[in-house]
Ligand binder design. Sequence first.
Ligand code: ZN
Length: 104
Amino acid sequence: MDDCCSLCNTEGEYTTLIIECSFAVQCLQAEKNWLVWRVKTTELPQLLRWLSRAKVSRFQKHVYAAVVAGLVYCIWEARNRIIWQGDQASCIRLIEDLKWRIKT
Ligand SMILES: [Zn+2]
């Protein structure tokens, strides 16, 4: 159970949670839809590389970077809730959480 991902129940991805976790990928996809962010990759390192090269305004870069950082935090938090409170992983709720966080 220890080296099993608590978000998507896949084995042996503990250390690469955000990058390989199917739940994280699903959330990232939802987030991209929300932002209407047309970038193909679902992998965080590539996303960050895209961000550093993208020909978008500084403001937009700032927003994207904040959302990505927020997402990573929300996923981490969701994982803790599952571990400590026996919560269920919910992509929709995570994105709602994230939107609320970004706006405030
Ligand atoms: Zn996972």
